[in-house]
Design a protein around this ligand. Structure first.
Ligand SMILES: NC(=O)c1ccc[n+]([C@@H]2O[C@H](COP(=O)([O-])OP(=O)(O)OC[C@H]3O[C@@H](n4cnc5c(N)ncnc54)[C@H](OP(=O)(O)O)[C@@H]3O)[C@@H](O)[C@H]2O)c1
Length: 324
């Protein structure tokens, strides 16, 4: 039964990929800023941008990690003229972000693309979060994305061009055991991205919301240390992606002005299922979403039942341990 439903969905996914009109922008010779560019997905994105011939500025806090990443990015530059710069800044501090972006524009040139990758995850059951954990997650993931955008949007509007990428997560679209606070901070990015999309579209500025799945990065390694058993079991169902593949898809989708950027069939199911009032890139995409939504809801229900079983099993095991 499931296989019968999956075959048309595979066909639809392939059609979406190949039949959608592709209006590709270029970053060659342009200035690309990557927050969180010293590690993980952000670093892979920065390397790819340099390979595509962009001047790249990376933002993060730790200066040693920034310097190491800067050297690594320099090795991948499309040509020797490219400027690869670094800025040590906390993205959750608006004044510092605004001042540093102004300064770096004076040195490197006008920013054309802002890719927000700075972020972090802490997993716990809701009652186990400290007040500091909660503040940190909201500050880095939400304010740390909003502030660079707020600082750069007036310039993009004035220049009538620009590309903005926000990095959410699969849990920007669905809640998951252990992710109450992280998912809240990433859900907020969807509201921000959709609102921003409407505000900047008349100015020829595009917005992409990237929704990476579990990706092999230092950040993911740290996140794993905080995961309850249930979260480990639930996230193991999706597999682990490579940061370079996620980065390549992110840049491709942003340069094609797609609103959502996702990778893999599971993410296709999730994104289509949760499409709601999000912008569509073409009428073909819209049509395919309309056709796919019903069957996908059914597939989604299988996942919900499966996840529920995992959580119940862990609950029973804990009860038995308590009674022993
Ligand atoms: N890896 C995954 O499985 C996964 C899945 C879905 C979504 N994501 C999202 O993808 C993004 C990148 O994740 P990642 O796994 O690549 O993380 P990562 O390897 O830990 O890299 C995070 C980057 O953000 C910087 N950063 C963190 N807090 C900052 C702050 N307050 N100000 C400035 N820079 C800050 C870090 O540098 P400093 O610490 O030196 O500041 C580092 O460069 C995050 O938004 C994450 O939520 C990741």
């Amino acid at each position: 039964m499931l296989i019968v439903m999956l075959v048309p969905l595979f066909i639809i996914a392939i059609l979406v990929k190949f039949l959608k009109p592709q209006k590709k922008l270029s970053i060659e010779g342009k200035h690309v800023v990557v927050t969180g560019g010293s590690s993980g997905i952000g670093k892979s994105v920065a390397i790819l941008a340099a390979q595509k011939g962009a001047h790249v500025t990376i933002l993060a806090r730790n200066i040693d990690k920034l310097s190491e990443a800067q050297q690594e990015i320099k090795k991948h530059c499309a040509n020797e003229e490219l400027i690869i710069s670094k800025v040590s800044v906390d993205v959750a501090n608006y004044e510092d972000v605004e001042n540093n972006l102004c300064e770096v524009e004076e040195i490197v040139g006008p920013i054309y693309m802002l890719i927000n990758c700075a972020g972090m995850a802490i997993c716990r059951q809701v009652e186990d979060f400290t007040e500091q954990d909660i503040k940190t997650l909201i500050e880095v993931n939400f304010l740390g994305t909003l502030y660079p955008i707020k600082a750069i949007v007036p310039k993009f509007k004035q220049r009538r061009e620009g590309i903005i990428v926000l990095t959410g997560s699969q849990v920007s679209l669905m809640g998951m055991y252990g992710y109450s606070v992280y998912a809240s901070s990433k859900f907020a990015l969807r509201g921000l991205a959709e609102s921003l999309f409407m505000e900047v579209k008349p100015y020829n500025v595009s917005v992409t919301l990237a929704l990476p799945p579990d990706t092999d990065t230092p950040g993911f390694e740290n996140e794993n240390k905080t995961k309850p058993e249930e979260t480990h079991l639930l996230s193991n169902t999706g597999g682990l992606y490579n940061a370079d593949d996620v980065a390549r898809k992110l840049i491709d989708d942003a340069l094609a002005s797609r609103f959502f950027s996702y990778i893999g069939f599971e993410s296709f199911i999730l994104t289509t299922l949760c499409v709601g009032m999000s912008p569509f890139s073409s009428f073909l995409e819209l049509l395919l979403q309309c056709v796919a939504l019903g069957p996908l809801r059914l597939i989604g229900a299988f996942y919900i039942i499966y996840f529920d079983k995992i959580v119940k099993k862990c609950f029973h095991n804990k009860q038995i341990k308590k009674e022993q």
